[in-house]
Design a protein around this ligand. Structure first.
Ligand code: WQD
Length: 317
């Protein structure tokens, strides 16, 4: 397939691009390089800020020059904490960027879209394993932009768009040093960076209603996530899509303390984590029900927590 990949110079995007190219797809990458890193990818980056006033015209020109079979849209701001500080910018970039992309696709008759959504759309779920029909209420602007994005994809069906929303759980790991997650924004890269600076990782809260008191998340390897994107693009080539939204996770939970225990094993550093107060807005548990993606795509995560933590540690050293 001829794929347009927005955000393809990002940590996740670069893994999707690498797998797509290995599988024989043609990939064109659009990225504004605000957080993406050009050296992560071999193909040239077409620099477009999707939220800018000239984005529709630039995207339409690109789509006229190249007949894309599908768009995989990952370009977005994704920091929960930052989204609380600058919500307007998150709505401008995440919603405005998607709106411009959809306007260009509609204009140029590009009718297949894989949309990068998030488990953050669920807010504070009370289920052990959260399924896609759970009536989530996002609790931060980042999650709100992802839920609104899903509605926009759904509305575009009116002009013939076929869209799939992938709700990422906690993505980590790396295929290589070159593709490593260099931003210190999530538990595993933060803890690894702290160890490399001789600091102790910090646990935000050990008084949650969980077995060891720390928060439980569903950590999914970025290579498994990349695989899910190509399965989603392929799903859009089938005549009808029964579902629009899929969780991408392992269905297995791991606590912060368990993740840090894995990090002690792979790093060989017997560090003492600092036990700190809760961070506002953290659900005690957020683990995917993966029945739908397993049944419809035949997707099953290949990597568990140990491989995720080891690949992240190896890519950082
Ligand atoms: C995980 C757990 C922290 C750092 C994020 C975003 C979004 C989404 C999923 C894509 C929490 C704890 C963290 C630290 C800690 N991805 N923690 N010490 O908040 O689950 O969700 O990833 O859409 O990016 O919603 O991820 O890695 O920030 O935190 O104890 O130094 O680790 O409190 O319980 P989160 P996270």
């Amino acid at each position: 397939m001829n794929l347009l990949l927005t955000g393809g110079a990002g940590y996740i995007g670069a893994h999707v691009a690498a797998l797509a190219e290995r599988e024989g797809h043609t990939v064109t990458i659009v990225d504004d390089l605000s957080t993406g890193v050009a050296k992560r990818i071999v193909s040239p980056v077409i620099t477009i800020n999707l939220a800018a006033s000239d984005a529709v015209e630039k995207l339409s020109t690109l789509m006229r020059e190249t007949k894309f079979d599908a768009v995989i849209h990952l370009a977005a701001r994704k920091q929960v904490g930052q989204s609380v500080e600058i919500p307007e910018q998150y709505f401008l970039d995440n919603i405005g960027g998607l709106a411009n992309l959809l306007l260009a696709m509609r204009q140029e008759n590009v009718k297949k879209l894989v949309f990068s959504s998030s488990a953050a759309t669920y807010g504070m779920p009370t289920l052990d394993l959260v399924d896609e029909d759970y009536p989530g209420v996002p609790i931060n602007p980042y999650g709100q932009t992802k839920l609104v994005g899903e509605w926009m994809v759904q509305n575009a069906a009116n002009w013939g768009l076929k869209g799939v929303n992938l709700r990422y759980f906690n993505v980590a790991g790396a295929e290589s040093k070159r593709l490593a997650d260099t931003a210190e924004l999530n538990l595993i890269p933060i803890a690894i960076a702290q160890l490399k600076r001789g600091e102790q990782p910090i646990v935000f809260g050990t008084d949650y209603p969980t077995p060891d008191g720390s928060c439980i998340r569903d950590y999914v390897h970025v290579e498994d996530l990349a695989k899910a994107h190509l399965m989603a693009a392929n799903y859009l080539t089938t005549p009808d899509q029964e579902y629009a939204t899929f969780n991408v996770g392992t269905g297995q939970g791991a606590s912060v303390l368990q993740v840090l225990e894995e990090l002690k094993k792979v790093s060989g550093i017997k560090f003492e984590e600092v036990l700190a107060d809760r961070r506002p807005g953290d659900p005690p548990r957020l683990v995917a029900n993966t029945d739908r993606i397993e049944r419809v795509f035949g997707f099953k995560a290949s990597f568990g927590l140990q491989e995720i933590v080891k690949s992240a540690w190896d890519a950082a050293n």
